[in-house]
Design a protein around this ligand. Structure first.
Ligand code: ASC
Length: 148
């Protein structure tokens, strides 16, 4: 009986969450995902500078930024919803048609970012550089296909 109640509660919460996302205004979804990607860029930039030797490598800062990106990478997907591929967005409408590929690419971004955060803790640029390159590839491949 208690178990049934918990399942019922979980189902109700799931419906509430899905409804909340579905009813969001298009501009809010666009601004949300753009804000997340701006935060990704804010953190990605200094890491790129360190990897390229343009800024002194600081293992602690690099790890903090890699962990930020790993956390941020999980956020944007839910804001790519129907009705948000016109006006102030570079996101192409084919995202909707080819959502499987798009969501797989976002999952690759998540995985590569998580791996970078692990590599960062080694403090060893020889390990960090290739892991950073993998994240960059996931950015580029998705932009090439799904961004105007
Ligand atoms: C950046 C940025 C991207 C990625 C990508 C990596 O700094 O704005 O979109 O790196 O260029 O290949």
């Amino acid at each position: 009986m208690k178990k049934m109640t918990l399942i019922g509660l979980a189902a109700a919460l799931t419906v509430t969450t899905l409804t909340a996302v579905a009813q969001v205004k298009p501009f809010e979804a666009i601004e949300y995902r753009q804000g997340v990607f701006k935060a990704v860029k804010w953190n990605f930039g200094p890491m790129a500078e360190m990897v390229r030797g343009k800024q002194e490598f600081n293992a602690e800062e690099f790890t903090r930024r890699a962990e930020n990106v790993a956390a941020l990478s999980k956020l944007p997907l839910e804001a790519f919803v129907a009705g948000t591929y016109a006006s102030k967005t570079a996101a192409l409408p084919i995202i909707e048609k080819d959502y499987k590929t798009f969501s797989d690419m976002m999952a690759n971004f998540e995985k590569a970012s998580a791996a970078l955060a692990v590599a960062a803790k080694s403090g060893d640029l020889a390990q960090i550089r290739p892991a950073f390159g993998e994240v960059g590839k996931t950015c580029k491949s998705c932009h090439d296909k799904f961004r105007d």
